[in-house]
Structures are given as C-alpha cells and as structure tokens.
Write a protein that binds this ligand. Structure first.
Ligand SMILES: Nc1ncnc2c1ncn2[C@@H]1O[C@H](COP(=O)(O)OP(=O)(O)OP(=O)(O)O)[C@@H](O)[C@H]1O
Length: 294
C-alpha cells in the first residue's frame, strides 16, 4: 500500500538575489524514516529545510508536507516539532515556564512534567534559562521537538554541545518516537551519527545532491580504503598510495581483499611495522574530504 510521503520536494529552487542557493532539488521522506540532510558549508541545507518547515517561500518548485503546503501553517505546523540550533527562549523564564510555552505554541496535547522527564530537566524545572549550561539549553531546545510526540521531527545539529550520556539519552528518545511512527529529518556534522542512524542520506554540495540514497548506496560507488602509518623508513610500497599526514598513507581500492593481502605480505617480507592499520569501506568522512578537493 503506497501512502503519501511525509515530505515531497520537487525541483526546489531557492535564490537570494542572483545567488542560486538550491538548484532543482528533489527528494522524498517516507513515513517512519530517518532522513539525514548533510553537506558542506553553504551547500543549501538550511535554505532547503527552512522551505520545508514553512519559514521560507520557494523561488520555484513544489514542497509538500503531509500532502499540503508547509506555508499552510495551521494545517501542518501542529504536526511537526522543530529543534533549532538555538530556540531563543527568554533568559528570564524558568525551564518549566519555557516548556509550558512550547505547549501553548504547538497546541499539542502533552504534559509539562512528562516532557521535562523526557529531556531530563525535571531537576532544573525552576531554574532560569539564563542559568542553564550549554548542554542543558540544548536539551531544552530538544523539548520543542518532542512536546506532544509530533509525527514529523526536525533535528538541526541536535547533539552539538551534549556530553555522551545526554547524546545517548537523546537518541534513545528519538528511537522511541520512531517506534511510535514519527518521521525524523536530521542535519548533523557528526557524520558517524548519520551513518549509524539514518535510513537515507541526502548529501548536498553547492545547492544540489552530490549523492542521495542509503549509506551503503552512497559508499558502494566509491573505492574502499586502506590506511596505515609507517614507524620507520621503509622500502617502496607495493601499491600506489597517497601520503595523508605525518607518515600516514591511504590506498584507495576496488579490490580490498587482494590489495590488503599484497600489503601485508610486503610488510612481512620486509619486516615493516604497519601502525594504526585500518581497512574497510569508504566512510562518509572520506566522501566529504573528496568533495573538499573538488
Ligand atoms: N539570506 C541570504 N541572503 C543571501 N545569501 C544567503 C542567504 N541565506 C543563505 N545564503 C547563501 O546561500 C548559500 C546556502 O546557505 P545555507 O545556509 O542554506 O547553507 P547550509 O548548507 O545550511 O550551510 P552551513 O552548513 O554552512 O550552515 C550560502 O552560500 C549562503 O551564503
């Protein structure tokens, strides 16, 4: 049974004066998916998301959220929770007052106490926003996304500034929301996070998708990598390798097993110690690095 995608973007263009920030971008996010929108600085992620969230009008193209225009705020807005990079809560309000305000603004059914518990700020309920630590403020930002367990959640750099425990807690909460059917759109500069969590990734560069698909679709068109460093001067390497930094070498290969075998035999034959040896599929970090040298 096919259903309307939660987000359906067709040939979106966003321009600022004569600067073309988003170029003919098309993508869909299906119900229950975690979709990560990633990209280099200035790629057009924020411009795209602001349009999908209804904060910006497309220069051209169609954007549908739950089959409706996101500019129809009354219909769409109550169904989406948005965690911004900074929600801009008034510094004089307490945490509890801020969460109550979220409830009034979103008009979703929930209780302040439950949301405080979910974002682990119950003990800070009476504290003023101005007195929260960076990580606590981030958890309060998260409350805007989870209040009333909305069907669609936008997380903009959600874990920046969070310690590991808070990070794990945030992802546990997101997992629970997804189990209950929420759809999640994530932007992050922590590529590992996207690689581990996303069902699909849109990788933007200069206003368009450089790649779009599942993590394995994204990486399988790229060579595998072997990385190592040499403890001491060694004879000529048996394979073509690129020097990365401080004696670290990188070999790109479409024949990982064979080339790894060649390298290990060479090391054994010449009594060479390969330090910090790593071999495996290309990681998203490598894809980004390649974009940087475009
Ligand atoms: N209001 C604006 N007026 C003019 N140019 C803008 C405006 N907003 C964004 N831009 C430009 O459009 C391009 C895309 O910006 P956008 O913020 O969408 O990128 P981004 O992918 O979110 O970048 P980052 O990862 O650096 O936050 C950038 O070159 C930016 O300078």
């Amino acid at each position: 049974m096919s259903s309307t995608p939660v987000i359906d973007v067709e040939r979106l263009n966003v321009t600022y004066g004569d600067f073309h920030a988003v170029k003919d971008l098309s993508f869909r996010v299906e119900r229950g998916e975690l979709y990560a929108l990633l990209g280099t600085n200035g790629a057009g992620k924020t411009s795209t998301l602001e349009t999908v969230e209804g904060h910006r009008t497309a220069t051209s193209g169609t954007v549908r959220v739950f089959g409706q225009s996101p500019r129809d705020r009354r219909a769409v807005r109550p169904r989406m929770g948005i965690m911004l990079q900074d929600s801009g809560f008034s510094p004089d309000l307490t945490v509890k007052e801020s969460v109550r305000l979220i409830g009034q603004l979103t008009q979703r059914a929930d209780t302040v106490e439950r949301v405080l518990g979910v974002v682990n700020l119950t003990r800070k309920a009476g504290t003023k926003v101005s007195q929260l630590s960076g990580g606590e403020k981030r958890r309060l930002d998260f409350a805007t996304a989870v209040y009333g367990a909305p069907e669609l959640i936008f997380l903009d750099e959600p874990t920046t500034g969070l310690d590991i425990q808070s990070r794990d807690d945030l992802w546990d909460t997101v997992d629970k929301l997804r189990e209950d059917g929420s759809t999640v759109v994530l932007t992050t500069h922590y590529l590992e996070e996207a690689q581990q969590r996303a069902d699909r990734i849109g990788l933007m560069h200069k206003g368009a998708f450089y790649r779009e698909g599942t993590v394995s679709e994204l990486t399988q068109t790229l060579p595998s990598v072997i990385r190592f460093s040499l403890a001491a001067p060694a004879p000529a390497l048996p394979l073509e390798a690129r020097r990365e930094s401080e004696g670290t070498f990188l070999i790109e290969t479409f024949g990982l097993q064979k080339d790894l075998h060649t390298l290990l035999r060479w090391a054994q034959d010449h009594a060479v110690e390969l330090r910090r040896l790593e071999a495996g599929p290309t990681r998203l970090d490598d894809v980004f690095r390649a974009l940087g040298t475009d």
